[in-house]
Design a protein around this ligand. Structure first.
Ligand SMILES: [Zn+2]
Length: 352
């Protein structure tokens, strides 16, 4: 009669165990393991299809999850590197900047203008410099009535019942969730030969600077308009910098998008945002709010159609940290409503 595998194992076990008594315990263990493996193998063989399906599904999930990350990155037009991940593991990331950013990462708030803080060749212009070489603007400012600003005491400038048009170019919402429409066009106007913004906001911008000057406050404009290429350049430059510090491409991309507004998500790209300096404070940081210029803008910019776009305490709505220097043109009506109600452009759009 043919012996089964189990019987064969049992037979040889008893034979050896009888010969060498001291081998009994280890042999018992060996036999148990052997039989367990054998029967497990039999079971897998009998259900081969089922197990290989499960294995395939598992492999598919692993592969697709790693691909989806790579795709979203390459979609931005920057080639990822293969050895990036290894670099990150091997080298120590050791810049103060990276540390600060990573600490903030869970909030995912960017600074729209962070790149201007450190490295850039920043163009700045005072009202005098703007008017110096441009007779049209000089006439524009000089011919304007003494006070073109909105008088909030005046009931005629109560815009609470104003009918806003969502198609109004002045109200366009641009942020991380609402990128600039591909077909968006606007007339580019020159503030100076190297300084540009949407032409349609020039008159109010100059009127505001003149009014500030009349109040003894000097406003200095810096780098208001950045085109797509410039925004992309700044973004890629950040990625390179983080990678040089030892980050993988993926980590560098993630960190860069926290600090620099990704291309097509910045108001600077559509010429409606202006960053201001003051001669006494040539830095773009929170300290600007305590300067005469910062205080004047916070109090009066809406009278000329500008809003403080990223207010303090609203970071969770705008996704951008408090920027007391960054002003966005929305027109006098919307600016008045937004300022009086103490809301953001995002919240204004909710009711539109
Ligand atoms: Zn800005």
């Amino acid at each position: 009669m043919k012996k089964t595998f189990r019987e064969k194992v049992l037979f040889s076990f008893t034979k050896t165990a009888k010969k060498h008594k001291w081998l009994k315990a280890p042999l018992m263990l060996l036999m148990t393991v052997l039989l367990a493996v054998y029967y497990a193998g039999l079971k897998i063989a009998a259900n081969g299809k089922r197990y290989s399906c499960a294995l395939l599904v598992f492999l598919f999930m692993m592969v697709s999850s790693s691909f989806s990350t790579t795709e979203s990155l390459t979609g931005q037009g920057v080639a990822p590197t293969e050895d990036g991940a290894q670099l990150a593991a091997e080298q120590e990331v050791d810049t103060a900047e990276v540390a600060v950013i990573e600490a903030d990462e869970d909030v995912l708030e960017s600074m729209d203008d962070v790149e201007l803080l450190s490295e850039e060749e920043i163009d700045t212009y005072t009202l005098e410099e703007i008017l110096e070489n441009n007779s049209t603007y000089r006439e524009m400012v000089e011919s304007a009535p003494a006070d073109t600003a909105v008088d909030v005491e005046n009931t005629e400038t109560d815009f609470s019942a104003y009918e806003f048009d969502p198609e109004d170019w002045r109200l366009i919402l641009v942020n991380k969730q609402h990128s600039i429409p591909e077909d968006y066009e606007f007339p580019l106007g020159n503030i100076t030969s190297s300084l540009q913004c949407d032409e349609r906001i020039l008159e109010d911008l100059l009127a505001m600077m003149q009014a500030a000057k009349d109040d003894g406050v000097d406003l200095i404009i810096c780098s208001p308009y950045r085109d797509y290429n410039r925004q992309t350049y700044l973004f890629k430059k950040k990625i390179t910098r983080y990678m040089n510090a030892g980050m993988s491409y993926m980590d560098a991309y993630k960190t860069a998008s926290v600090t620099v507004t990704a291309p097509n998500a910045s108001e600077h790209q559509i010429g409606l945002a202006i960053d201001f300096y003051s001669s006494s404070y040539m830095r773009l940081d929170e300290g600007f709010e305590n300067t005469e210029a910062g205080k004047w803008l916070a109090a009066h910019s809406y009278e000329y159609g500008f809003i403080l776009r990223y207010p303090e305490g609203k970071e969770y709505i705008t996704g951008i940290i408090y920027e007391p220097w960054h002003f966005r043109y929305v027109g006098v009506e919307a600016a008045t409503v937004i300022t009086e109600r103490g809301i953001t452009l995002e919240e204004f759009w909710e009711d539109l």
